[in-house]
Write a protein that binds this ligand. Structure first.
Ligand code: MN
Length: 314
């Protein structure tokens, strides 16, 4: 057996069920040399503009991920056999300092990319994606982006602050971490401040797939639009509010009329065609969840699909 391989996962019905949860019952390991993929908790919600609570996301998603089994029949892959993957623990965030939190996130992702480990981030609010993109772009150059969200997150500021969970992708494009011409935002909907909210898209080439297009043209048409991102590194950021609050109520800024849980799974599986170099699932705010913690359960399954997509490219 490969000595650098993390210990196998615990059996589904092992006594570990009664112990503190890890993502997908994986071993807790902080050795990048032993890993292909690191699932990294980022328990920070200081960038939130409305309902807080996403700092509790990683803890609850760990718990709801305990039922994830080994094989993905939809993609015909066993991600835990193909990949060396572990729960890398949580970033040491500073709840009262976004600046120090961003530094800590960037440092962690730097350490992972230096060892060629793919980061799979678990937020946290959407502000945490910016330092991840910065670190990845330093290694890979300006990134392509598939961004699932109800909101474009390209606003310039909020109450005088340039950094919050709604400015992440404007900053990322401005800084050159993301190539605006290689951005696809899927699931966008809901009231905005005005038509000017999409001026930045026109200026920098960001492409929006509004929810109306997903629902009216169907999943196949949307999946086909991912094709143009082939050929260069792509990051996937999945804001859980892309999904309808009926399926994912636990989020900070819910918008009605979104993706179903099933549509979300199918769209994430379509990323198999792209060279994915990292991904995150963010904005799960467990205090707002419904019975059965359905939002954290969905987030856990989206992470499993992302892991499966990564496994197919190994
Ligand atoms: Mn967002």
């Amino acid at each position: 057996m490969d000595e650098t391989r993390p210990a196998p996962r615990d059996a589904l019905h092992s006594p570990r069920f009664a112990q503190p949860a890890t993502f997908m019952r994986l071993p807790h390991l902080r050795d990048p040399a032993a890993l292909d993929v690191a699932i990294l908790g980022i328990p920070y919600d200081g960038g939130t503009s409305y309902r807080p609570g996403a700092r509790h996301g990683p803890r609850h998603i760990r718990e709801q991920s305990s039922l994830i089994r080994n094989y993905n029949p939809a993609l015909a892959v066993s991600p835990f056999e193909r990949l060396r993957v572990a729960d890398y623990g949580d970033v040491d965030v500073a709840p009262l300092s976004m600046e120090r939190t961003f530094e800590a996130i960037e440092r962690e992702v730097d350490g992972l990319t230096a060892a060629r480990v793919v980061p799979l981030g678990v937020g946290g609010d959407h502000s945490v994606t910016l330092p991840i993109l910065r670190a990845l772009a330093r290694r890979h150059g300006p990134l392509g982006l598939v961004h699932f969200d109800a909101h474009p997150d390209t606003w310039d500021e909020y109450g005088g602050s340039r950094h919050f969970h709604g400015s992440t992708f404007r900053r990322a494009v401005e800084e050159g971490a993301v190539d605006g011409r290689r951005v696809l935002q899927i699931g966008i909907r809901g009231p905005v401040r005005g038509p000017g909210d999409f001026d930045f898209h026109a200026e920098r080439g960001l492409e929006v797939v509004r929810i109306e297009e997903v629902k009216e043209r169907g999943l196949g048409a949307v999946c086909a639009r991912l094709d143009r991102l082939r050929g260069a590194p792509v990051y996937c950021s999945f804001d859980i509010d892309a999904v309808d609050p009926a399926y994912a109520p636990a989020t900070g800024t819910p918008e009605v009329g979104g993706l179903s849980a099933y549509e979300a799974l199918v769209l994430v599986r379509a990323l198999r065609a792209l060279p994915l170099i990292g991904a995150d699932v963010v904005e799960v705010s467990p205090p707002y969840d419904g019975p059965g913690q359905v939002t954290s359960l969905l987030a856990a399954n989206l992470l499993f699909e992302l892991l499966s997509v990564l496994a197919l490219r190994r």
